[in-house]
Design a binder for this molecule. Structure first.
Ligand SMILES: O=C(O)CCC(=O)C(=O)O
Length: 324
């Protein structure tokens, strides 16, 4: 049935059909086929529901909040998401996914890292995409490289209604960015972070420096560990920026990253390091100034998923959007 739906150009229907099959009887073949379908679906997406006037007026339900607005998962709504991201730079959601889901995502990440590292030892198994090496050196593996993990991530997100919420936020169905959906296992021991200065930490960045400024984006950064104290977390400038801070200066390691001196100038002391529990999520967009919070004294590994969504009508194709 899925093949017939695809042949008729109904990629969405085919994805839904195969997802039902997989829920009933899980299969590697279906996991892989779902990624292929999500990729080919991109040229058939219907963006007729696009809302032209975006963003809508924000009701600042966090007007009295200093720092990062924080809610429990049951309070997550489009109003809270808008107020958090567009008013304060980000929104911290406690307990977005449950403990059983966290455990199975951590297992999938370990499995994917083992598979990636084994295949990276042979020169031909991993296509020569320099980005993969860069991502792996920073403690990440792209989720599209592991169809089973990708399937589980989507199932976890759908279990808490993220697709519908982000569609409401964008005013259209989201796509997921294949080059930006990253499984992370960040360790102070395993590999040096490419731009990690052990005294000052890594460089900072806004993802808009390479994704573009005039896009609608959402990053669901889902913590799967206790982190921010003994394990690497995230450092955040908890405020809304309307533009990209100057990149590539003040000792920055990359032309898209923001050097320490520049961060001091644009953020002063307004920097926070949230403490996350497994299942907590920080939700933000391409304008949040942030970085991996990592210090030599941290002794534990941190697992997380970094999932970037975009509104297809506003997004250029360079981060490889695929159907969500
Ligand atoms: O997980 C990390 O340490 C970095 C995450 C990040 O930079 C992002 O989500 O954009």
């Amino acid at each position: 049935m899925a093949e017939a739906l695809e042949a008729r150009g109904d990629h969405r229907g085919a994805i839904d059909e195969l997802t039902k099959v997989n829920r009933h009887a899980r299969s590697d073949v279906v996991d892989r086929r779902l990624i292929e379908l999500r990729s080919s679906a991109i040229t058939h997406l219907d963006d007729s529901a696009r809302s032209e006037s975006w963003p809508p007026p924000i009701e600042d339900v966090f007007a009295n909040t200093v720092g990062i607005p924080e809610i429990a998962a049951r309070e997550l709504s489009v109003t809270a998401l808008r107020a958090g991201i567009l008013g304060h730079g980000c929104l911290l959601v406690r307990g977005l996914v449950d403990a059983a889901t966290v455990r199975s995502l951590v297992e999938s990440i370990d499995h994917a890292f083992t598979g990636y590292d084994a295949s990276a030892k042979t020169t031909t198994a991993v296509p020569p995409l320099a980005q993969r090496t860069f991502v792996r050196d920073a403690g990440g593996v792209l989720a599209v490289d592991s169809p089973p993990a990708f399937y589980e991530i989507v199932e976890a997100f759908e279990g808490v209604g993220l697709g519908a919420l982000i569609a409401e936020y964008f005013g259209e169905q989201p796509v997921i960015l294949a080059r930006k959906l990253t499984m992370r296992r960040v360790s102070t021991r395993e590999r040096p972070h490419p731009d990690w200065d052990p005294v000052r930490g890594p460089d900072w960045h806004q993802d808009g420096a390479f994704m573009g400024v005039d896009v609608r984006s959402v990053d669901v950064w889902l913590s799967l560990s206790d982190c921010g104290q003994d394990a690497p977390g995230l450092d955040v400038v908890p405020r809304r920026f309307d533009e990209i801070a100057t990149t590539g200066t003040d000792g920055a390691h990359f032309d898209w990253s923001v050097g320490h001196g520049m961060v001091e100038r644009v953020a002063g002391n307004n920097v926070v390091r949230p403490v996350f529990a497994p299942g907590d999520a920080l939700i933000f967009d391409h304008l949040l100034l942030h970085r991996t919070a990592i210090e030599p004294s941290m002794t534990k590994d941190r697992y997380a998923i970094e999932a970037w969504f975009a509104a297809p009508s506003s997004y250029p194709h360079d981060q490889i959007p695929i159907a969500y």
